[in-house]
Design a protein around this ligand. Structure first.
Ligand SMILES: CC(C)(COP(=O)(O)OP(=O)(O)OC[C@H]1O[C@@H](n2cnc3c(N)ncnc32)[C@H](O)[C@@H]1OP(=O)(O)O)[C@@H](O)C(=O)NCCC(=O)NCCS
Length: 346
């Protein structure tokens, strides 16, 4: 007599879907920028600078600043409401929230948890991702993995920053560059679309000190001395950051295109990280991007770090620059250093 088949030792819930992946699309996008506008003329009153210097060196004309009581999670929640509305999804249907930010409301709880509460997404898990200005593209790839693997159905991916809280308003080298804002994207499987075709990601931790906030973490907790030395603000080597940004954004974009066997001419909209017009121009010309393919809103918002490309994506979609079936290329760079490239079928 043969032995009966032994009872399985456990249930493997992941085996239920046989590990076959599926595509993941952005089905809704939304953004929010605060009302208050800080112009280059305003900055002339604050530090030794000029509208002419800022405009010619960076392309930035104005940026938005959050109100004193307005937090990163407030901006993220408003952007999320707009993205959910476009996607036609209720907050209760969201089962995962990922917030990319370097300006969380506080060290913990995660800003994603605060957003969950504010929008009423009571069925969602929530956590933050920190990859500085590359954060949204990194979070997009993470969210994609959950949808592709059938672990989650509706993932809300957000890039949100209150950089004005980290800017040293006495440092003309940095204070002219940054702004506040948020953008959000709803990720789902959409049967008739290839969705997010690929994401490339990279990092070089050896160059971390070139763009950082030195204190306020566990290595250098806040102290009277750290405050006196202004170590809680952004420190940046502008020239080195510039050079690295051009190289990294270029190679990330090229790798993403190569993986999809796409030529740049097949891309309808290129959305680079909005840090500096000269970086965008250098990357764009080397990639062979035509002016009509490029989306730039840097002049209005400055560098909003993790919120940058998703605010741009939202404005491009709502402004009719991106239509269903169009191919979008994003390329980003940030502190870490980190970088990434993404190709998306809208
Ligand atoms: C910051 C940045 C605009 C400076 O432009 P730049 O052409 O490299 O300028 P330099 O660093 O050569 O500085 C030139 C001079 O302008 C001065 N300067 C800097 N900021 C100024 C300002 N806001 N107004 C007037 N002068 C300024 C500098 O002090 C320097 O003066 P010096 O030669 O007497 O020392 C540029 O390096 C940059 O954009 N870097 C990348 C920043 C970035 O994108 N960071 C985020 C990445 S995610």
């Amino acid at each position: 007599m043969s032995d009966p088949t032994p009872a399985p030792r456990f249930q493997n819930p992941r085996a239920r879907h046989h590990f076959t992946s599926r595509t993941c699309s952005v089905t809704g996008v939304g953004s929010y920028v605060p009302e208050r506008v800080l112009t280059n003329a305003d900055l002339e009153q604050m530090v030794d600078t000029s509208d002419e210097w800022i405009t010619t060196r960076t392309g930035i004309r104005e940026r938005r600043l959050a109100a004193d009581q307005e937090t990163t999670s407030d901006m993220a929640a408003e952007a999320s409401r707009r993205a959910l509305e476009m996607a036609g999804v209720s907050a209760e249907e969201v089962d995962l929230i990922i917030v990319a930010t370097v300006t969380p409301d506080m060290p913990f709880p995660a800003t994603a948890c605060l957003v969950q509460e504010k929008i009423g997404a009571r069925n969602a898990a929530a956590f933050d991702v920190e990859a500085a200005c590359s954060g949204f593209v990194f979070a997009l790839e993470i969210g994609h993995q959950f949808v592709a693997s059938r672990t989650h159905e509706v993932v809300l991916v957000i890039g949100a920053e209150k950089l004005s809280a980290l800017v040293d308003w006495q440092d003309r080298n940095t204070c002219v560059l940054f702004g506040d804002g948020a953008g959000a994207a709803v990720l789902r499987h959409r049967p008739d679309s290839a969705g997010l075709l690929t994401v490339t990601m990279g990092a070089d931790g050896g160059k971390g000190s070139l763009l950082c906030v030195p204190a306020g973490g566990a290595a250098r907790p806040a102290s009277v001395e750290s405050v006196r030395q202004r170590l809680h603000f952004i420190r940046m080597d502008g020239r080195e950051t510039f050079k690295n940004a051009v190289q990294a954004m270029l190679s990330a974009a090229r790798e993403a295109l190569a993986r999809c066997e796409l030529d740049i001419s097949q891309i309808q909209c290129v959305i680079p990280h909005q840090a500096n017009q000269r970086i965008i121009d250098a990357v764009g010309s080397r990639l062979g991007v035509k002016e009509e393919q490029l989306f730039v809103n840097l002049d209005k918002y400055g560098n909003t770090s993790a919120a940058s490309v998703v605010i741009a994506l939202d404005e491009a979609v709502r402004g009719g620059r991106i239509k269903r079936g169009d191919l979008v290329l994003m390329t980003v760079f940030g502190g870490g250093f980190t970088w990434g490239g993404a190709v998306l079928e809208w």
